[in-house]
Design a protein. Structure first.
Length: 144
């Protein structure tokens, strides 16, 4: 999945508010044709904590969905300070906590070929467990 916005802990009233925001017609956009630009990392320099694939085609429409979503969150008072950092549409592949990654490793990876379609916006509940996060959908809107 592509994260449009990460909330952290939410109460039931905030979840209901988000469900309501997701019904807004401005967020019911056309399906987004996409493909990957290549691998990248966070932070941009130094040892990566996150390795991800960035979008090429489809990047601007996803940024626009994020912008509209942020606007509606702000109006409802549901936005978070950490949500104001620059949004880079990406698919997280792995997180790295301690391993030293050799320089050039990410550049040596081959990029997945072929287009794909982003066809929905989903509000997920994430529960961190010893084996990793478990996700369950709370609300889904299908794109046109």
């Amino acid at each position: 999945h592509f994260t449009v916005y990460f909330f952290g802990e939410l109460d039931s009233q905030e979840i209901n508010g988000l469900s309501s925001i997701m019904e807004d017609p401005e967020l019911h956009v056309d399906k987004i044709q996409a493909n990957f630009k290549g691998y990248s990392q966070f932070p941009e320099k130094g040892n990566p904590r996150v390795i991800h694939l960035e979008l090429d085609q489809g990047k601007e429409p996803v940024i626009e969905v994020n912008r509209k979503f942020l606007e509606k969150l702000h109006k409802q008072g549901l936005d978070r300070p950490e949500g104001n950092k620059k949004f880079i549409p990406h698919l997280t592949l792995c997180r790295n906590r301690e391993e030293k990654i050799k320089p050039g490793f990410i550049d040596s990876l081959s990029i997945p070929n072929g287009p794909f379609v982003l066809d929905r916006l989903v509000l997920f509940k994430s529960v961190l467990k010893p084996g990793g996060a478990e996700y369950s959908p709370l609300k889904t809107i299908e794109f046109r």
